[in-house]
Design a protein around this ligand. Sequence first.
Ligand SMILES: [Zn+2]
Length: 437
Amino acid sequence: MKQDVAELCAQLIRFDTTNFGEGNSRGERDAADFIWGLLHQAGYDPVLLGPDAQRSSVVVRVPGTDRSLPGLLVHAHLDVVPAEPEQWSFDPFAGIIKDGYVYGRGASDMKDMVAMTLATLLDWASAGTKPRRDIVVAFVADEEDKGDYGALWLVAEHPELFVGVEAAIGESGGAATILTGADGSPVHLYPVAVGERGTLHIRVRANGTSGHGSRPVETNAVKVLISALDRVGNYHWPLTLTPIVRDYMERTTAALGFAADLTDEEGVQAAIEAMGSAGAVAAVTVRSSSTPTVLRAGYKVNVIPGVAEADIDIRALPGMVEETLATIDGLLGAGISREFLSFQPPTSSSSDSHWFAAMTAALTRHDPAAVVVPYCMGGGTDAKAFAPLGISCYGFSPMGADPEGRSSAGVHGIDERVPVASLVAGQLILEDFLGAV
Ligand SMILES: [Zn+2]
C-alpha cells in the first residue's frame, strides 16, 4: 500500500515545531516521536536523540544490498520559522489539503521533504524494498536557527551515525521551474544545489569616549560605528563568477536559447534578466554581500555611550572567505573590533560526480524534457554542518511541476503552501533516486 504523501505532510504540519531562535522552540520532540513511532512500527531501527528532552532529531540507517558502497545521507529539518496567524488566511498549523495544495507553515520549508522521505521509507518497508547502498536519514531539529541543537550537535556528538557516508542530499534544489525559452517554448529547468555561500555573522564594536551629550567628544562610539556601517552596508561587492555560478548561468541561458556574454557586469545583468525567475538566485551569487542587521548603543539621550555595537550578516562565495574578510576589515577601518557570532564556511561539491548524474537520471526518467543544472545557494542549510565530515552535499528535494501551474509559495512568509501534484511527483523522483543511486 502506497503512502499518501500529502496527508503525511499535513499531519507533520499539525505539529507546531516553531523555532524562535536563541535556544527557544516548541514541538520538535512531538514531531520526532511521531516519526520515530512510524519508523519503528515499520520495522526500522530509528534512534531519537538530542542535547535535551525537547530538541530531538531522529536518525535511521537503512542497510543497502551492497554494503561495500559508500553511504548516502538524506537530511531534512523538523522545525519551522514562526508564523503570525493574524496575517494568514487560515490557521498555519491546521494542515489543510484543499484546491490542490497542502497548506501550512512548513509546507514547503521543509515538511514536504520530510513527508516525501518518510513516505519512501514506509513504502520500502511494506514492499520489502532495499536500496543498493546504505541510506542514512536524519530528521533534525534547529535548522532555522544555528543548528546547535540539531545538525551541528549530531555531527559533534554522534559522528558514528554518519560513518561511511560520502554524499548527502537536503534542502533546496531539484524542483521543477518552468521557464519560457527565447522561441516561446517551455523549458523545464531543475536546478540542483552543489554549493552554498558561506555564512559569516560578525559582531563589531566601536569604543569611544563617554561623556555629557552637550559636550561633543573627539571619538563618539556611535559616530564611529555609523560611519563604518555605512561603508560596509553600501559597499558594491565586485562581480565574481565562481565556476558553479558560471556553469549555472551558461547552462541555463543555453537551455533557454539566449546567447550570454558573461565577460562584464552588463552582460551578466542581461543574462540574469533573460533567465526569468531562475535569475534571482544568480543575482545573489555573483558576488559576496554584507548587510548590517542589528544596532546597539546608548541608554539616555544626554549621555554619550562609550561603546556601540552592531551585527553584520556577511555571505562569502565559495573560495572567497579570506578575501571577503580582508575587504570587511578594510571597510570597518581603525577603531572597530570584530568577533564571529557564527562562522560557517561555504560549501561546494562536484557536478561532475556519480551523485549528480544519478539525480539527473532520476529527474529525467520522470520528466524527459528535464534540464538539470548545478547552482550555488545564496543562503545556507544544514549542509554546512555535514560538509566538514567530508560529505559532498547537494541541495536535492525534488518537486514535480503541477500540471495546472500551481507552485509552492510563502516560505518564511504568509499562506505557505505546496501543490499536492508536485509533492506526489517529488516523492516518486526521490524514491527512484534513493533506490537507484
Ligand atoms: Zn528550511
